[in-house]
Design a protein around this ligand. Sequence first.
Ligand code: SF4
Length: 64
Amino acid sequence: MKVVIDKERCMMSGECCYNHPWLFAFGDDDFPVVQSVEITSEQQRKEARQSVQVCPSGAISVIG
Ligand code: SF4
């Protein structure tokens, strides 16, 4: 599973970084970035899918 952020759609609300800091962090340009972590457990997959649902601008997607 891979997590992707569409910067064009991101409104920098911060939900992703606040709710799932193991997966997201704010980068130098203040946009969130996906941390380089292996998503291997079912709990991690579940949280990644949750991040897609709570993003207010639909900027997060998961692949795989
Ligand atoms: S939750 Fe969505 S809109 Fe908010 S900072 Fe994260 S990617 Fe951007």
